[in-house]
Design a protein around this ligand. Structure first.
Ligand code: UDP
Length: 236
């Protein structure tokens, strides 16, 4: 295996299925099957889950809501997603822990770095919820932060397309996909990989990011075993 411990960033939309909103049980269960297959090969998995399928702080604040309050709502949305994915994963027989950056002991464990690492070592899938616990951040930044803290070998950023393109491949059929990019390329060309805070954090700490299509069966397994899948962003 090329990667022994990876952090998978799942956006909220990944759980929404075709409806584009909310949580679609069928979609979650097929994603979970992929994840469990990988976990069963012995690769340690941490997941950072987004909340955009339920609530996004920036959109609410653009309509007049206080940004910090809206962001806390966004973080709570990620906790709902985390519980949904935990349920689906555990139905498939793996042990998981949801760890939240905002303490809610009745619902999940608080995120404690050393404990999270211990769970991973024991083969449990760790689902990190509530982002960084701070407003004005995104779950992409939380993914970068947790990947560093948990000493992951790479961040696997799940998307609906095959990788990073020079323009939106959904709108432009002639869009070209990159196999490799440097962090600087991403920042300078303003490519949509993750937000710039997350990219900068990865750049400063040399954390590779693999952008891949979540809906192509077997992709995560291929990536961890070292196949070239999607776009890899790393130092030049
Ligand atoms: N959020 C936040 N701090 C964080 C992570 C998330 O305030 O550290 C809030 C923010 O309002 C964001 C929402 O949670 O809009 C949902 O997260 P995100 O938009 O990153 O989810 P995704 O796009 O991955 O579904």
């Amino acid at each position: 295996m090329k990667y022994k411990r990876v952090l998978i960033k799942l956006s909220g939309e990944a759980l929404a299925g075709d409806q584009g909103f909310g949580i679609d049980p069928e979609t979650i269960s097929s994603i979970s099957q992929e994840l469990v297959e990988v976990a069963n090969t012995g690769v340690q998995l941490a997941i950072v889950i987004g909340g955009g399928n339920i609530f996004r702080g920036v959109s609410a604040s653009s309509k007049g809501m206080d940004r910090a309050s809206a962001d806390y709502m966004g973080m709570l949305a990620t906790v709902m997603n985390a519980l949904a994915i935990q349920d689906a994963l555990e139905k498939l027989g793996v042990t998981t822990r949801v760890m939240t950056a905002i303490t809610m002991r009745e619902v999940a464990e608080p995120y404690i770095r050393r404990r999270a690492i211990r769970h991973l070592e024991k083969g449990r899938i760790v689902i990190c919820a509530a982002g960084t616990g701070n407003p004005y951040f995104t779950t992409d930044t939380a993914a970068a932060l947790r990947a560093m803290e948990l000493k992951a070998d790479a961040i696997l950023k799940a998307t609906k397309v095959n990788g990073v393109y020079d323009k939106d491949p959904v709108k432009h059929p002639d869009a070209k996909m990159f196999d490799r990019l440097t962090y600087i390329d991403v920042l300078q060309k303003r490519l949509k990989v993750m937000d710039s805070t997350a990219i900068s954090l990865c750049m400063d700490n040399n954390m590779p990011i693999v952008v891949f299509n979540l809906f192509e069966t077997g992709n995560i397994k291929r990536i961890v075993s070292g196949e070239q899948v999607g776009t890899i962003v790393q130092g030049g």
